[in-house]
Design a protein around this ligand. Structure first.
Ligand SMILES: NC(=O)c1ccc[n+]([C@@H]2O[C@H](COP(=O)([O-])OP(=O)(O)OC[C@H]3O[C@@H](n4cnc5c(N)ncnc54)[C@H](OP(=O)(O)O)[C@@H]3O)[C@@H](O)[C@H]2O)c1
Length: 288
């Protein structure tokens, strides 16, 4: 079985090491700038040695994950001596294999495997990983090895070209990170009627879970509910008036998102074209 090493024992490195080890892979060495981080990874998997230098991992492992933050991947790849026969990968969604050019020049195989998942904590990430999609950029034979790795982690995979990665990653940021931004904006509105954002978020959780369930089970456009799907103009006018009075800073975002929701309502078939036209007029930037 492949001898795996990790340079960078943060959330992603540690969660992957735990899952790989559970699937029977041998995670043999780890290095991190912080000893405590390396210790946490080493304690969570079987027979893993902590090494003081990144070079130690490159010298001992056949398959090396550079799981530092993105900005340090090229630096690590450049400062370590690599050798023919080993494989070096990183897990960034935006960076390409170009970040590993020094390893390739020294004869190592290179690749990227990005888990399309959010790693907020190690425990949660270990739980969330099964079922995830892994975006892979690599040439054969590394491509096949990474596909197998994704499958072993109970995930699926998709192949990405280097030039498509920035847009792919930006899309992930919209769906994952900006989803939180939207929840925060929505929750902050409750302060206008004396409820804290934390309490509002708690109150919204069952609805958010329900929305995700609908998205997963029926998908779009069918999952869309609410006034735009219904073409409910009176309600939208009330929303607009409330924003104008109590939260004017959010009005332009509300209009922009409303406009973006109209095509989903039309595709669902519950919003008529004539109602959609009236909604577009209501969502126009300077419309009073
Ligand atoms: N977080 C996510 O949701 C997510 C999802 C998919 C992919 N990724 C990718 O996974 C990679 C790791 O992200 P992460 O969230 O796990 O970051 P992280 O939690 O910040 O972990 C990075 C770790 O690497 C260490 N490190 C930094 N420079 C190093 C060096 N030169 N040598 C050894 N260790 C070094 C850091 O130590 P210090 O803290 O001391 O700097 C830290 O312990 C990134 O490429 C990221 O794009 C992240």
């Amino acid at each position: 079985m492949l001898k795996i090493g990790f340079i960078g024992a943060g959330t992603v490195g540690t969660a992957l090491a735990i899952r790989l080890s559970q699937q029977g892979y041998r995670v043999i060495t780890v290095h991190d700038l912080k000893l405590a981080a390396a210790q946490r990874l080493a304690q969570a998997v079987k027979d893993c040695r902590i090494l003081e230098k990144a070079q130690g991992v490159a010298d001992t492992a056949e398959f090396v994950f550079i799981t530092t933050v993105d900005d340090f991947i090229p630096q690590v790849a450049a400062k370590v001596s690599w050798h023919t026969g080993q494989t070096v990968v990183h897990c960034s969604g935006a960076a390409s294999t170009e970040a590993l050019a020094p390893a390739k020049e020294q004869g190592a195989r290179v690749g990227c495997i990005h888990p399309l998942q959010t790693f907020a904590s190690i425990t949660q990430a270990v739980e969330n990983l099964p079922g995830s999609t892994f975006a892979i950029e690599a040439e054969e034979p590394t491509l096949s090895v990474l596909k197998e790795l994704a499958t072993s982690l109970q995930g699926s995979w998709l192949e990405l070209k280097a030039e498509d990665k920035a847009l792919y990653h930006a899309s992930a940021c919209i769906a994952c990170n900006y989803f939180y931004t939207l929840v925060q904006i929505a929750a902050d509105l409750w302060q206008n009627f004396g409820v804290s954002a934390a309490e509002a978020t708690r109150a919204m959780m069952p609805m958010l879970r329900g929305s995700l369930n609908n998205l997963g089970n029926t998908g779009l456009p069918q999952a869309l509910t609410g006034p735009i799907a219904r073409g409910d103009l009176v309600t939208i006018r009330k929303h607009r008036a409330a924003f104008e009075k109590k939260a004017p800073a959010v009005l332009s975002l509300y209009k922009e998102l409303g406009n973006r929701t109209i095509p989903i309502g039309l595709a669902k078939g519950t919003l008529t074209e004539s109602r959609a036209e009236e909604l577009r007029a209501l969502f126009k930037e300077n419309q009073k």
